[in-house]
Design a protein around this ligand. Structure first.
Ligand code: ATP
Length: 224
């Protein structure tokens, strides 16, 4: 369980939204939506413990280190860092107590699952955008963290990649993990049964995603 109490976040001491109160239950999936620059990624980083809140607090039933895993956007990955794809994916074993043999088997399975066996020894600089995204997701799929925070996980994925992603999300929910994901794919989210959180300067609204999207439709029609 994650709880945000009177949470405010933003850079340079300026809060992006009014205080947020939010509860994320085990097995829940919360889709975070909002305009560019509204503060979605910044919120995930605060919940992940990578940035400090400006006010309020995040309470977590699991330890930050090892209990919460974060999928960054690709531009946060240093592609010049001299490691191979399989080494990047192996970082998902961080804090895992698994033995060497078990790790090797799980790594192979994750690379196969995400269609990465042919490029497993490529350097990060030599990967396509979709391959790098699959590698980041494969790394996430190796962690045993109970809370998974995904920033635009569909970015750069082809149709099969998107299907693989949603199959994993379903499995992670069934395992009782707590998921939060940022997405601009409103049509895709409309097909999901999940919670929603809309972020805006005027305030944040938590409601079932389909309810939030119905409100967005009305707004978009006004803009068109
Ligand atoms: N390190 C930083 N220093 C200064 N300002 C920042 C920093 N990180 C983010 N911001 C600003 O905070 C605001 C929120 O950024 P954030 O990345 O959280 O938005 P977002 O909702 O995820 O946007 P997008 O949909 O474009 O990805 C933006 O105005 C951004 O310019």
């Amino acid at each position: 369980m994650i709880e945000c109490h009177d949470l405010q976040w933003g850079a340079g001491g300026r809060a992006l939204t009014p205080p947020l109160d939010l509860q994320l239950a085990p097995g829940s999936l919360t889709a975070v939506i909002g305009a560019n620059g509204s503060g979605k990624s910044s919120l995930l980083k605060v919940i992940a413990g990578l940035d400090r809140p400006l006010a309020g607090r995040v309470e977590s039933a699991v330890p930050r280190l090892g209990g919460i895993a974060y999928l960054p956007q690709q531009q946060e990955v240093d592609r010049q860092f001299p490691i191979r794809l399989n080494e990047l994916v192996s970082a998902g074993f961080w804090r895992s107590g698994l033995g060497r043999r078990e790790r090797r088997q799980r790594l192979h399975r994750a690379l196969a699952d995400w269609g990465l066996l042919d490029v497993k020894t490529q350097g990060l600089h030599a990967l396509s955008g979709g391959e790098l995204q699959r590698a980041l997701l494969a790394r996430l799929s190796l962690t045993e963290a109970h809370v998974l925070l995904l920033d635009e996980p569909e970015a750069a994925l082809d149709e099969i990649g998107v299907r693989l992603l949603w199959a994993h999300i379903t499995r992670w929910r069934d395992e009782g993990r707590t998921l939060m994901l940022v997405s601009h794919n409103l049509a895709g989210l409309g097909e999901q049964r999940c919670d929603g959180l809309s972020i805006a300067r005027s305030g944040c609204v938590a409601a079932p995603i389909r309810q939030l999207l119905a409100g967005q439709d009305t707004l978009l029609r006004r803009v068109a």
